[in-house]
Design a binder for this molecule. Structure first.
Ligand code: TXA
Ligand code: MG
Length: 341
């Protein structure tokens, strides 16, 4: 495994050794990846995996992603790996890409929710890779995002602490996640390559590496269970609504007149109309999808706990590069889609 341990302090390396020891004895440890923080356990430890489901309050038939330390280990955990999967793994790993493959006999039922496929990726984060390294080549970490089921994924150790602190054995702090959105999930069926969840790697990047068109099926109901593909997901507790640019401030003003507080989150350079009193708080996120994606969840976490009645989001541009963000915001707003304010 290529690993630049020089980047990690001795203190961090010691924490990683402790985390690996905890995991080897059935512990549940939150750890950083480049996408979001994961809630990890040893793939082969039934009891530890059961705890992950319990802590997250996740339905048992929703499979977990298996994290491995290097591409060479893929063959231990998957079989009948298609050529296009190898091409993607070689190009994008370590990185925010999860491949859904036929599982090997080493992957137990309780990790995949009984499905005969398994989601696998090599995370691009020095702490995650060092943790996998410390566990050893015969181990892998099954990890969903380290949030309660249906809620916003954590992109910092503080987010994990706020949601799960007392329930888990340890939180490894690796700073803020650089991508900030979950991995892209890709499935294979004969000659068809499908994106099941848009994410850190764009559909066009996958198409250009494979030199073929891929199918985007994030909104279809398939036989496989992708919890991030359920309509309501990634949701803050505060009602979140999406508005076109030209409607967002007038909506906030209408709420303000009823003495309701809203945070207005925009990306464009629309001019700020005069805001009435203290009921409206304006936050401007970057207008580039990569930097917007990096800050999105942190911003939602921050304002979800700031006593606002509504989170009003400016609808993202309808461009392929914003697809993962649009997907997450539509799911975050789904429960309130038909409520009028
Ligand atoms: O970036 C990420 O993918 C993060 C980090 C921690 O790696 N993980 C993550 O895990 O987002 P989770 O559990 O929150 O979302 C994983 C998604 C779920 O929607 C799950 O249903 C889907 O992957 N998944 C896992 N295995 C699958 C399989 N065999 N077939 C179809 N979907 C699968
Ligand atoms: Mg998740």
């Amino acid at each position: 495994m290529t690993l630049d341990k020089n980047k990690l302090s001795q203190e961090k390396l010691d924490q990683i050794i402790t985390a690996a020891r905890l995991m080897k004895t059935g512990g549940v440890v939150a750890f950083p990846t480049e996408t979001v923080y994961g809630l990890g356990a040893d793939v082969t430890n039934a009891n530890a995996i059961r705890k992950v489901y319990e802590i997250k309050q996740r339905p048992a038939n929703h499979p977990l992603i298996v994290h491995i330390g290097e591409i060479a280990l893929l063959k231990s955990w998957a079989q009948a790996i298609p050529e296009s999967a190898w091409i993607l793994a070689n190009h994008f790993w370590p990185g925010p890409l999860t491949l859904i493959l036929k599982r090997s006999q080493h992957i137990p039922d309780y990790v995949t929710g009984g499905q005969d496929t398994v989601g696998i990726r090599v995370p691009a984060h020095s702490v995650a890779l060092a943790l996998l390294h410390a566990l050893g080549p015969d181990k892998a970490i099954a990890a969903p995002s380290a949030n309660l089921y249906g809620k916003i994924s954590p992109t910092s150790a503080a987010h994990v602490r706020a949601a799960l602190d007392k329930k888990i054995d340890m939180i490894l702090d690796g700073g803020a996640c650089t991508i900030g959105l979950e991995s892209t999930i890709v499935g294979f069926n004969r000659d068809t390559v499908s994106v099941l969840r848009p994410g850190g790697i764009s559909v066009s990047a996958i198409e250009s590496v494979l030199n073929k068109t891929v199918v985007l099926c994030q909104n279809t109901r398939s036989a496989t269970r992708v919890s991030g593909s359920l309509p309501a997901h990634y949701a803050p507790t505060t009602p979140l609504k999406l508005y076109p640019t030209e409607m967002i401030f007038q909506t906030a003003r209408r709420l303000s007149a009823r003495n309701l507080r809203s945070v207005v989150i925009t990306w464009s350079d629309i001019d700020l109309p005069e805001l009435n009193g203290s009921n409206i708080h304006h936050v401007r996120l970057p207008n580039k999808p990569t930097s917007y994606g990096k800050h999105l969840y942190a911003t939602l976490h921050q304002y979800d706990h700031a006593a606002f009645d509504y989170i009003l989001m400016e609808a993202p541009p309808e461009l392929p590069s914003w697809l993962a963000i649009t997907d997450r915001l539509q799911r975050a707003s789904f429960s309130h889609i038909s409520s009028t304010i």
